[in-house]
Write a protein that binds this ligand. Structure first.
Ligand code: GDP
Ligand code: MG
Length: 245
């Protein structure tokens, strides 16, 4: 792989998954990892520090303090990442639902796009071990989000993505309004309004075998509201001004 890619991974209680994730990612030349840990009580942060020592110069760990949250963690991780000398910034979950083996396909597709989504909902995509209820919820969420926001992508809620660094650097995080999982939708929506080219490659999503999901009722509530807030908010809905030459 010739492009330099930095993978930002938020963690909360992922001790049982992190070593396999690190092994899978470190197999790929040119790939670095930033773990953004939210004071995991199970010691994920300390484990990440130990893994960073085993892979000098390739793994960084951010130990967050203050209120925990997926969106806040991504904003801090991405804000750090855009200052690094990398071509690509990727994002993925720590729980092995996103297979590190599939990362090179996202990276390859980024040659023709500003953001590549690892997609469960295009031909070739799949979900393994999700209960029917969770599958229906995710399907419905995507239909709803696409319907309200007019986003083209089939999988707007996937957390497995590869961005060109400049595309992330152009996002006005200080104006973002969502935290939890909706942060992923907001990122995609704002990027699309700013003219980013969005592509999708199929992935197989495998439900975690170790640890617990952190999805909650309040997250589901936020998901119902956010698409409307996005299209109503003149700041996030605004098209980017033309770039100065
Ligand atoms: N830093 C941080 N990571 C989180 C938080 N909530 C979830 N995560 C991470 O986000 C990823 C997806 O979370 P998960 O609970 O598996 O959600 P699900 O796949 O939608 O059920 C995993 O890597 C989690 O450890 C949080 O509040 N802070
Ligand atoms: Mg998960």
């Amino acid at each position: 792989m010739s492009a330099q890619a930095l993978v930002v991974v938020p963690t909360h209680n992922e001790r049982g998954n992190l070593p396999a994730l690190v092994t899978g990612l470190m197999k790929h030349d040119g790939v670095r990892l930033m773990v953004v840990d939210d004071q995991s009580p199970d010691g994920t942060g300390a484990l990440a520090d130990a893994l960073a020592v085993e892979h000098p110069g390739r793994i960084q760990v951010m130990h967050r303090t203050g209120p925990r949250g997926l969106g806040r963690s991504y904003i801090e991780g991405m804000t750090w990442a855009i200052r690094e000398p990398v071509d690509l910034i990727c994002q993925m979950d720590a729980d092995l639902s996103h297979d590190p083996e599939q990362l090179p396909r996202l990276i390859a597709a980024s040659a023709q796009a500003d953001v590549v989504i690892g997609s469960r909902y295009i031909p070739g995509g799949a979900i393994v071990n999700w209960p029917k209820r969770r599958q229906l919820l995710s399907r419905f969420a995507n239909i709803y989000i696409r319907g309200v926001t007019r986003l083209d992508a089939r999988d707007c809620t996937s957390g497995f993505r590869c961005w060109r660094r400049e595309a992330i650097a152009g996002l006005p995080f200080e104006r973002f309004t969502s935290d939890g999982y909706c942060f992923l939708v907001e990122m995609l929506f704002v990027a699309s309004r700013r003219g980013c080219r969005i592509a999708e490659v199929p992935i197989t999503f495998v439900e975690r075998r170790v640890g617990e999901s952190k999805i909650s009722k309040s997250v589901l509530f936020e998901s119902a509201i956010i698409p409307w807030r996005l299209i109503a908010n003149p700041e996030t809905a605004r098209k980017a001004p033309p770039r100065a030459q």
